[in-house]
Design a protein around this ligand. Structure first.
Ligand code: AMP
Length: 463
């Protein structure tokens, strides 16, 4: 079963003992829940020891009032994890807390290492034992085996690990934030009430009343301790921020590396309308993933937008369901068509992406069953042709419908009257960033760092 590590991180370094530090993390994790719904955890240091609580499920399911009250302290890190059943065991929930020769260390990781398998083999040959099937434990093991200071050990570790990693590490007296040299995953710093906060997305700052200070730079190690904040910059590589954060993963109200996710999605929709115009009566978004792009499409094309699909707020993302059968049911559980709006209309149906094609095929059918005259599907990102090794679950290559089907056969498969995808250039233009600063691997197959052979990333789970 695949290992999937597209997660949400939140850390607080407080200037004094704070009895409600776990609550701050708890509320902040709600704002990051979209980054992972499989498990949640909070670890807190009170300067003497690290205590934690974690469990499977949503933030609201994992923590009870008394769990949070027990976790007072000065430093805290929290994590929400995104994976599928194979690796969805409690032992894989984070933060991972380990005891080693210098004390205790808690670690929370967002991203995927590409050389975790080799490193783990090497460590095992040298006597290390592993309790989880996550690559995050490889990071913990590398740090724990070093006899240097924690900061030096982390620095050395980052020289060995390759791939995508935004990390929060906590010892009893330090909070350390690390972003890989490519800056695949976001990570930013804020402040509130004299405390420092670090989060995957700045929306968590809004929730807890913190103010954004700056992004952690790619290749940067930021150390928060009693004496203040210091930073070490590793040699930089090619910057390659994951473009899928803008397409789907991040919340629309986040800014990543100073680029607005909302603006990017809106522009993607507008450029899509320019690239694939269509004569139609109504723009309908697949909620919520297609919402902002659909507004952009409608604004640019002057085709009115309507809520033709109503989403059930109480169902999670269909992707978190492991089997295809449940995923099929998921679409009907999640969305209801608004018959009176759709009947006898030519619809432009906008979503952010097609991965396997299951969702779109079912929605098109739903609209046709409601009497839609035509359904024109418009996708605000290019066809996904390659799998991701850096932490977004876009599936194995053979499951990706666009990996060996052309646009016409995908159109036929989903039953649409026409199908248009945003071009790679259009997507890049929507972000306002330079193409060479983005990871576009899932769309073009050009991986910014060397990747393992297909399937290698699953090996932890198979043995
Ligand atoms: P599919 O049925 O496999 O084509 O799934 C496409 C739907 O999944 C779209 O509505 C996307 O918004 C959504 N989606 C795309 N990427 C992901 C992801 N990594 N995790 C969860 N959902 C996703």
């Amino acid at each position: 079963m695949p290992m999937r590590e597209a997660c949400g991180l939140l850390g607080v370094f407080s200037s004094q003992f704070d009895g409600s530090i776990a609550k701050t993390i708890y509320y902040g994790l709600f704002a990051l829940q979209h980054r992972g719904q499989e498990s949640a955890g909070i670890a807190v240091s009170d300067q003497n020891s690290i205590r934690y609580h974690k469990g499977l499920g949503l933030v609201s399911e994992v923590f009870k009032e008394e769990d949070l009250e027990r976790l007072g302290g000065r430093i805290a890190i929290g994590h929400v994890r995104y994976s599928t059943t194979g690796s969805n065991s409690l032992s894989n929930a984070q933060p991972l807390v380990v005891k080693y020769h210098s004390g205790e260390l808690a670690i929370a990781h967002n991203g995927n290492l590409v050389n975790a398998y080799e490193l783990r083999n090497e460590l095992e040959q040298n006597g290390a034992m592993f309790h989880t099937t996550t690559d995050s434990e490889v990071i913990a093991a590398l740090i724990a085996r070093s006899h240097k200071s924690l900061t030096e050990a982390i620095f050395e570790c980052t020289e060995r690990i390759q791939g995508a990693y935004s990390l929060l590490l906590m010892s009893k007296d330090k909070l350390i934030a690390v972003r890989d040299p490519n800056g695949f995953r976001p990570l930013c710093i804020g402040s509130y009430n004299g405390s420092y906060v670090v989060a995957s997305e700045n929306v968590a700052f809004d929730t807890i009343g913190a103010t954004f200070i700056r992004d952690v730079e790619p290749g940067e190690i930021v150390i928060f301790e009693e004496s203040g904040l210091s930073s070490i910059k590793r040699r930089s590589s090619r910057r390659s921020l994951c473009v899928f954060e803008f397409v789907y993963f991040a919340r629309p109200d986040s800014m990543i590396d100073q680029v607005s996710v909302y603006q990017t999605r809106w522009k993607a929709g507008a450029i899509l309308a320019q690239e694939h115009p269509v004569d139609a009566d109504l723009v309908v978004a697949v909620p919520d993933s297609g919402n902002v792009a659909a507004i952009g499409f409608s604004d640019f094309s002057h085709i009115p937008m309507g809520m033709g699909l109503i989403k059930n707020r109480y169902i999670g993302r269909t992707f978190i369901q492991p089997s295809q059968r449940i995923r099929n049911l998921g679409v009907r559980l999640k969305l209801n068509p608004l018959r009176e709006l759709i009947n006898a209309k030519r619809i432009v149906l906008v979503d952010d992406s097609i991965v396997r094609g299951t969702t779109m095929g079912q929605i098109v059918k739903m609209l046709k069953d409601c009497g839609a005259k035509e359904v024109h599907v418009r996708i605000s990102s290019p066809p996904i042709t390659h799998s991701c090794y850096f932490g977004i679950d876009t599936s194995t290559r053979k499951e990706l419908i666009a990996s060996d089907n052309n646009i016409e056969s995908i159109r036929e498969f989903i039953g649409a009257d026409s199908l248009g995808y945003l071009s790679v250039e259009g997507l890049v233009r929507a972000t306002g960033m330079r193409k060479e600063d983005l990871c576009l691997a899932c769309f073009i197959g050009d991986y910014p760092v060397e990747t393992p052979r297909e399937g290698k990333k699953y090996l932890f789970e198979k043995r």
